[in-house]
Structures are given as structure tokens and as C-alpha cells.
Design a protein around this ligand. Structure first.
Ligand SMILES: [Zn+2]
Length: 287
């Protein structure tokens, strides 16, 4: 993706770089909760997100050093993500305006190892996530390396895809979809709720495709970018992750969709570039 010398976003913050998980009930409680989530086959990120709806986790007030890029690679990543975030601002301002609404920009916090968030304490290994309580996307910079080695996703556009997916969750919050889905929790069986979660996640993939549509039209895409985005989409499919964790893929516990579904919705967003074709909740295939 062509990104050097372009506008970068003002919404990028630096979070913690603390190497240790802080003590305190909130921190321990979170760890236990994430552990339970793993045991019950739930995605810990969604557990964290769910807790936003019920008042959030206990905020931690630990002393943390601010994260500072330690080498050229991290500085580049930071710059790159700032430009991608700026692109997402442009595309969603446009689309919201077309619908007579105003887009409120999310924040992006980069951190190393662990940081305090509006949704409680976050530690690395959690992968990037969106916290709706403070409308902030959290990315652990070491995730970049993890994405390369673990998910076999190469290239800069893979990171753009991931950030645009998280921005997609912010769009869902502004539209109200996130809140609707959260209100269904407790009303549906676990299997049914998982299906709805898959629709939510695939819609964020679609929105990531909408971002790709926009940067393509602007002439910012380079050869191989779309393939990188698709590889990232398929590389983080739930089926793949579950199989890597040693268990067999069980569709009832998929919360992000299969690799194939994630690719398909990303490509659909890339093709249409609008809000209208991204209604995963009406998709017969996903019912
Ligand atoms: Zn997601």
C-alpha cells in the first residue's frame, strides 16, 4: 500500500509498556475470566467486549511507562497504522455524510505488553481489539510479529485489514448494531448467540473491505495488497485458530466465521464499498 508522505491521524495514543501484569482484584479477575473463556471455548476478546455492556471491568490504576517505539520497524508500523487510521476516517466520514449522519472518530492506542483500557486491563496475546466504552482500538505492537509468524499473513496490507476490521466494530457501535447484539446475550442459547457473533464479526470484515474499496479508488493499493488482505482475513478464521489450539473445529463455537466466510465478506466489501451490501444479519447462508 502506498502510504509514505500521506496524512496521518491525530487520534493515535501511546499506552503502557509495562512488562508485568499488575496485581489487584481487577487484574486477577480479568485473568480468571479470560481463563474461563478459554475453557468454555469463548473468544476472550468478546468476553472483554461483553463486559463493556455490563459496566466494564474494574479500571486499573497501575503506574505504567508510556510505550515508545524501540526500533525502526516499530516506528514504521506506528506511522503506517496512523496513515491507515486517517484513511478509515476519510472513508467513514464520507459514508456517514452520504447517510446524513456524522462520523465520530475512534482512538487508536498502541502499547507493549500491557495497558489500562476503558474495558479494564489488557495484556498482550489478546490480539487487537475494540473497546466500545472508550471508543478506542488497542493494538499491541508485538502483534505485528505474531501476525506474520502465527497467522502466516505477510505484508503491510494485512495490518491495514486488521485495523480496518476493528474500526468496523466502532462503526457498528455508532450505528447501534453492537448494542443490539449485546442486548441479545442472555436471550439466546449459546449456539444461537454464537451465530449472531459470527454475523457481527463478518460484518466488520465487510467494513474492512469497504476501506479497501476506498483506498483502491484513491490509487493507494499496490499489486498484492488485496491478496494480503484476503490472506489475513482467512488466516484469522476461527476454524484455523481452533485447530491450531489442538481442538477440532466446532462450528457452534465459531465467533468470527470460517476462513472462507471471512474472505468472502471482505471481498464483498471491496466490491461494493457501501453500507447496504454488508447486512450479514440478513444473510440466508449464516442463519
Ligand atoms: Zn472482530
Amino acid at each position: 500500500m502506498k502510504w509514505k508522505g500521506r496524512r496521518s491521524s491525530d487520534n493515535v495514543n501511546r499506552g503502557g509498556s509495562g512488562g508485568r501484569i499488575a496485581g489487584g482484584i481487577g487484574g486477577v479477575g480479568l485473568i480468571i475470566m479470560l481463563l474461563l473463556a478459554y475453557i468454555s471455548g469463548q473468544n476472550p476478546l468478546e468476553v472483554l467486549m461483553d463486559n463493556v455492556g455490563s459496566g466494564g471491568l474494574t479500571p486499573q490504576t497501575t503506574q505504567q511507562e508510556e510505550y515508545v517505539a524501540r526500533n525502526e520497524e516499530e516506528r514504521e508500523l506506528e506511522e503506517f497504522l496512523s496513515v491507515v487510521l486517517a484513511d478509515t476516517e476519510d472513508v467513514w466520514h464520507d459514508i456517514f455524510k452520504q447517510h446524513g449522519a456524522e462520523y465520530r472518530e475512534p482512538k487508536l492506542t498502541l502499547y507493549q505488553n500491557s495497558t489500562n483500557t476503558g474495558c479494564g486491563f489488557a495484556s498482550a496475546n489478546m490480539g487487537p481489539f475494540y473497546c466500545s466504552a472508550d471508543e478506542t482500538i488497542y493494538i499491541d505492537v508485538s502483534f505485528a510479529k505474531q501476525l506474520r509468524s502465527t497467522f502466516a499473513a505477510e505484508g503491510d496490507f494485512a495490518f491495514a485489514y486488521v485495523l480496518a476490521h476493528e474500526v468496523g466494530h466502532h462503526v457498528q457501535k455508532l450505528i447501534g448494531t453492537l448494542q443490539e447484539v449485546q442486548s441479545l446475550k442472555g436471550q439466546l442459547s449459546k449456539t444461537e448467540f454464537n451465530k449472531v457473533m459470527v454475523m457481527l464479526e463478518l460484518q466488520a470484515d465487510y467494513y474492512s473491505g469497504v476501506f479497501a474499496h476506498y483506498v483502491k479508488n484513491k490509487g493507494y493499493l499496490e499489486a498484492g495488497d488485496v491478496e494480503e488482505g484476503m490472506a489475513a482475513a482467512s488466516g484469522v478464521g476461527d476454524d484455523r485458530i481452533q485447530e491450531m489450539q489442538g481442538g477440532r473445529a466446532n462450528p457452534d463455537t465459531f465467533q468470527h466465521g470460517t476462513s472462507k466466510q471471512r474472505q468472502e465478506w471482505f471481498v464483498r466489501g471491496l466490491e461494493y464499498g457501501d453500507l447496504e451490501h454488508g447486512n450479514t444479519f440478513n444473510s440466508k447462508e449464516l442463519q
